[in-house]
Design a protein around this ligand. Structure first.
Ligand code: ADP
Ligand code: MG
Length: 255
């Protein structure tokens, strides 16, 4: 039943200065599946997600303990000697609020390729088109690629951010509540898109929307106060959780 792994979190703890907010979490991340991270606000979902692309390195005093191993090469992406830029090329991230750069649609998607040193124009154009097609945005924007990304609607901006993350062909796509700022129709688009995308990329998605997790995720990890309470196939977590806390959360009795 289980698929191959894309990554494995091993005894991961995370500290903002002295404050420990992720406690000794171990979790498999299955390939070409969508893993949902759920749990009440403040339980550490975003913090855990951001460990994956070494976002926390940007601030002094933050500290990781434990490992996140990328398979099959078994590389610990938290290793101090590893260049965070290298990690970020392999792991794309999309945030709660769409955050396109104040540049053209084209340049937003081309950004990661340029950072990576891709110079050939034809190659950049091909990758930009591919990423926009993958993000379900191509037909809406193909005639206005050189216009500002900021003129797009919120839902389009979020799909653009997904295209930007996909352009460098990441192995893992991190989504932090990607629909929380969107209307129901745009949310539906993103959910369909993500369901399609997971055939080719491993996805980890934070959501506080239990219905969303139930609809589109394959695996669910329930976190509470920085700890992983329970992990399993989504259907099992939602219909037959082992832990009382999970059941209480799923049935809406807290959080
Ligand atoms: N930059 C930060 N510095 C210190 N504490 C933080 C920082 N960001 C988040 N926290 C704390 O870490 C805990 C987990 O937060 P977060 O990962 O954002 O939770 P979630 O995404 O589940 O709502 C919370 O107690 C929050 O207040
Ligand atoms: Mg969060």
């Amino acid at each position: 039943m289980d698929r191959p792994l894309t990554a494995e979190i091993k005894k991961l703890s995370f500290f903002y200065g002295e404050k420990k907010v992720v406690h000794d979490i171990s979790l498999p991340i299955f390939q070409h599946a969508l893993t949902a991270l759920i749990g009440p606000s403040g339980c550490g979902k975003t913090t855990l997600l951001r460990c994956f692309n070494r976002m926390h390195d940007l601030y002094k005093g933050n500290r990781y303990q434990g490992e996140i191993r990328l398979l099959p090469e078994n590389k610990n992406i938290l290793a101090a000697h590893l260049n965070p830029m290298e990690v970020r090329m392999r792991i794309g991230m999309v945030f709660q609020k769409p955050n396109p750069f104040p540049k053209s649609i084209f340049e937003n998607v081309a950004y990661g390729l340029r950072v990576r040193g891709v110079k050939r124009r034809a190659s950049i154009e091909r990758s930009v088109e591919e990423a926009l097609v993958q993000a379900g945005l191509w037909f809406e924007v193909k005639d206005r690629l050189r216009t500002s990304a900021l003129a797009l609607s919120g839902g389009q901006q979020q799909r653009l951010c997904i295209a930007r993350a996909l352009a460098t062909k990441p192995e893992i796509l991190l989504l932090d509540e990607p629909t929380s700022a969107l209307d129901p129709i745009s949310t539906g688009h993103i959910e369909e898109l993500v369901t399609e995308l997971k055939r080719s990329v491993t996805i980890i998605m934070v959501t506080h929307n239990l219905h969303q997790a139930g609809r589109i995720s394959d695996y669910t990890a329930f976190m509470y106060m920085g700890e992983l309470v329970e992990f399993g196939p989504t259907q099992q977590i939602f219909t037959n959780p082992v832990q009382a806390k999970t059941e209480a959360y799923i049935t809406g009795r807290f959080g």
